[in-house]
Design a protein around this ligand. Structure first.
Ligand code: ATP
Length: 434
C-alpha cells in the first residue's frame, strides 16, 4: 500500500500537529484512526483543504472529549451519529469532524438511511465516489498509510468519478449534484456507467423526492464553486432545474447573465470590497439570476419551502420586484441625493445585479457612482458635536442629519467647517424661522 507520509509532512505545521495528536490520543484509547474522504483526495491532488474528516473505530464522542481537552478548545457533539466537531483557531483555521466508523442501510429511496456502527471499510463503502472513499491511517505506527479498498487512487489518477454501487443515485440522489460539482471543479469525467445511473435516477424523478433542505445545501455548494456556471449548464443539459420548481426554465438569456455575474463580482471585489462593510455573497448573486424567471409568488413559495435564510429570500424577491421600478426612476435627471435615496435601501447584491440589467450607460453610471462614492458618504459632524449645538435626539434630529447628508451628496460643501456653516445657515436658521 502506498504511503503518503511525505505528503502529510508537507502540510502546514498546524495541520500536521493536529493529525499527530489525534493519532497519539487514538493510541491511548486503543482505537484505529483515519483521515477520510475529501481531505485524502485533496492531499493526493495537492489541493489545500483544512476540513478534516476523522473516523475512529471506537467511540467518537469520548475520543473528541479527550482531544478537545488536549487542544484546549470547545467542541460540539451530534449525538445521533456519534459525531463531533472541533474548530481549531489560528492562522490556519482547521475544522475537525470526528465520527465513529459506521455503515448505512437505505430502506427507502431518497430518504435518510438507518445507521449502525461498523468498520472503516463499512464507513468507506457508504460514500459517494471511489475518489472520496479512501482513508489515511494517522495512527502513530502507520502514519500516512493509504487505505484504499475500492481503487480510489486509480480513479483519481484517471480523473474518473465512479460510484460504489448501482443504487447509489437512487439511495441518495443528492450525489448527482455532487457528481456534477466534482466533475466541473476537478475536470473529472463521470464514468459512463455512473452517468447512465444518473440519467436513470433523474428520469425517475428521484431528485424531486429528496428533502428540500438537502437539495438547498448542495445547490449552495455548487453556487459557491469558483466557476458554478459550468455546473449549472451541465445540470440544465441532464434534466434541468425541475428539482427547484416544476416550471423553472433557464434560457440562454439567463445563462448569458449568469456568465456576467463572474466579471461583475470580480469588478466589485477589486474596486469596492475594502470600502464596504456589507459583504456581497457571490453565491447569492447566482441564485438570484438563476431564479429570475419565476414569478414573485412562485419565488416566495419555493424559497420558503427550501428554507432559505429570511434575508436571502428577501434579496431574491427584491431583485424581481424592484429592478424595473428602480431602473425607470434612475432614467430621470436626479441629483446624487436622489440616487442615494433610491438605491440605499436595497441590498448590495440587488444593486450590483441591477448594473447587469440596466442597458442605458447613464443609468449604469449612476449605479456605479452610488457604489463608488455615495453609499459610503457620511457627514463629518458627530452626534455629541450636534448635541453641543442644542440638537436633541429624536425624529427632528434624524431629519436634520438626512438633510445634511443629502446636501453633502449634492456637493453643497466638503470640509467639516463648511458643513457646520451649512448646518447653521441653511438648516437650523430656516427651522427657527418656520
Ligand atoms: P469539498 O471539497 O467540497 O468539501 P468533500 O468531499 O470534502 O468535498 P463533504 O461534503 O465535506 O465533501 O463530505 C465529506 C465526505 O463525506 C466526502 O468526501 C464523501 O466521502 C462523504 N460524503 C459526503 N456527502 C455524501 C453523500 N451524499 N453520500 C455519500 N458520501 C458522502
Amino acid at each position: 500500500m502506498e504511503n503518503l507520509a511525505d505528503k502529510l509532512n508537507r502540510e502546514p505545521p498546524e495541520v500536521l500537529r493536529s493529525l499527530k495528536l489525534i493519532g497519539a490520543i487514538a493510541g491511548e484509547f486503543g482505537y484505529p484512526v483515519y483521515a477520510v474522504g475529501g481531505f485524502v483526495r485533496d492531499i493526493i491532488l495537492g489541493v489545500e483543504d483544512f476540513d478534516l474528516d476523522i473516523v475512529v473505530e471506537g467511540d467518537g464522542i469520548n475520543f473528541t472529549r479527550e482531544l478537545s481537552r488536549k487542544l484546549n478548545v470547545g467542541w460540539t457533539a451530534h449525538t445521533r451519529f456519534k459525531t463531533a466537531t472541533i474548530h481549531i483557531p489560528g492562522e490556519v483555521k482547521i475544522k475537525l469532524d470526528v465520527a465513529t466508523a459506521r455503515q448505512e442501510i437505505y430502506d427507502s429511496p431518497a430518504a435518510l438511511p438507518r445507521v449502525s456502527f461498523g468498520s472503516i471499510k463499512d464507513d468507506l463503502r457508504r460514500r459517494d465516489f471511489t475518489v472520496n472513499a479512501m482513508a489515511l491511517d494517522i495512527s502513530r505506527d502507520n502514519f500516512g498509510r493509504l487505505v484504499d479498498f475500492f481503487n480510489g487512487r486509480g480513479d483519481l489518477r484517471d480523473k474518473v468519478l465512479r460510484v460504489m454501487h448501482n443504487l447509489s443515485f437512487i439511495d441518495d440522489p443528492t450525489r448527482i449534484l455532487r457528481a456534477v460539482r466534482f466533475e466541473q471543479r476537478f475536470g473529472f469525467r463521470i464514468e459512463p456507467f455512473a452517468l447512465r445511473l444518473i440519467k436513470e435516477s433523474l428520469a425517475q424523478g428521484m431528485l424531486e423526492r429528496v428533502h428540500k433542505h438537502r437539495l438547498r445545501d448542495e445547490l449552495i455548494l455548487i453556487l459557491k464553486e469558483p466557476s458554478p456556471v459550468k455546473s449549472l449548464r451541465r445540470i440544465a443539459k441532464l434534466r434541468g432545474f425541475r428539482f427547484i420548481h416544476s416550471s423553472l426554465n433557464i434560457d440562454q438569456k439567463t445563462f448569458a447573465l449568469l456568465k456576467r455575474v463572474d466579471e461583475l463580482y470580480k469588478w466589485f471585489a477589486e474596486n469596492f470590497v475594502h470600502k464596504h462593510k456589507h459583504k456581497v455573497e457571490k453565491w447569492l448573486l447566482y441564485l438570484i439570476v438563476l431564479l429570475e424567471n419565476l414569478s414573485v409568488p412562485e419565488l416566495k413559495k419555493t424559497l420558503h419551502s427550501f428554507a432559505f435564510h429570511k434575508n436571502d429570500i428577501q434579496k431574491v424577491i427584491s431583485f424581481k420586484k424592484d429592478t424595473a421600478k428602480v431602473i425607470s426612476k434612475l432614467k430621470k435627471e436626479i441629483p446624487a441625493s436622489g440616487i442615494h435615496k433610491i438605491l440605499f435601501p436595497l441590498s448590495y447584491e440587488v444593486v450590483l445585479l441591477m448594473l447587469l440589467k440596466a442597458k442605458d450607460v447613464q443609468i449604469k453610471r449612476k449605479i456605479q457612482d452610488f457604489l463608488r462614492a455615495y453609499s459610503g458618504t457620511q457627514i463629518h459632524l458627530r452626534g455629541d458635536e450636534l448635541k453641543e449645538l442644542g440638537l436633541r435626539p429624536g425624529p427632528d434630529f434624524k431629519l436634520i442629519l438626512k438633510e445634511l447628508l443629502d446636501a453633502k451628496l449634492d456637493g453643497k460643501f466638503s470640509t467639516k467647517e463648511e458643513e457646520l456653516v451649512y448646518l447653521k445657515n441653511e438648516i437650523l436658521s430656516k427651522k427657527l424661522s418656520r
